[in-house]
Design a protein around this ligand. Structure first.
Ligand code: MN
Length: 243
């Protein structure tokens, strides 16, 4: 699409001006591949901080239970589902599974999504947050949303209005950056997603992500979460989406 090409070229030009390398960041989401189907195994990456480091915004108890119980459960069940039904062993990446998720079971859908979403979630938070996107990411946000405040407003709104359990997303698409949300553990990489794109940032709004500290106050959790967003990782993901 011409628009995409123009925008892509502009992004690339801006990136070059900003002196940011275009090298692909190492994917923390790739399957540990093997020739033998029975040994395909996804693993949780270690948290890049300790359970208490995101306080006071996310409490240590929530982080520990979330990482060691909820997220670990998705990874374990994803590996079970792979053993049960995964056929195309030459394409053993989580992205390939997600982009063909309609051909798999509900168990695969829930747990492949759960694994990907949580691995992304941990990486896009940091106790040393910069509070503001910079450089090309800031430019892209201004182009797509008018301002950083507008992005936050739209994203927070999507997170707040997601009925029941699910996620709010900032995604990169051929038409620029967009905000969307998904139910359960679905995500915008899935072929069944209404709004598709490459997830740059996701917020878990399942009650297990905030209930111990915030109870029913999801809005307060969302507002506080902005303080710990890792904009450097988001910028790297935007950069990798140009490939
Ligand atoms: Mn969760």
């Amino acid at each position: 699409m011409p628009n995409h090409k123009i925008q892509r070229r502009k992004f690339l030009t801006d990136t070059a001006k900003a002196g940011i390398g275009l090298a692909m960041i190492p994917s923390f989401l790739q399957a540990q591949q093997s020739n033998a189907i029975t040994t395909i195994d996804f693993k949780q990456q270690p948290l890049p901080y300790s359970y208490k480091d995101l306080e006071p915004y996310i409490d240590a108890a929530t982080m520990e239970i979330h990482y060691t119980k909820h997220a670990a459960g998705y990874t374990k069940k994803l590996n079970e589902a792979l053993k049960e039904e995964y056929k195309n062993k030459s394409a053993a990446t989580i992205e390939n599974i997600l982009s063909n998720i309609s051909s798999y079971s509900t168990k695969m859908r829930n747990n492949a999504g759960g694994h990907y979403n949580h691995e992304l979630f941990w990486q896009t938070m940091t106790p040393n947050a910069t509070k503001q996107p910079t450089d090309i990411l800031a430019n892209s946000i201004n182009t797509s949303f008018g301002s950083f405040d507008n992005l936050k407003k739209q994203f927070s709104d999507a997170a707040l209005k997601r009925f029941g359990s699910g996620w709010a997303w900032l995604i990169a698409t051929s038409e620029g950056l967009k905000i969307t949300s998904t139910p359960n553990q679905d995500n915008p990489l899935m072929d069944i997603a209404t709004e598709k794109g490459f997830p740059l940032l996701g917020l878990d709004v399942w009650e297990h992500a905030y209930y111990l500290k915030y109870q029913n106050k999801r809005g307060e959790y969302i507002n506080n979460w902005w303080n710990i967003v890792n904009w450097e990782v988001v910028a790297k993901r935007l950069n990798s989406s140009f490939k």
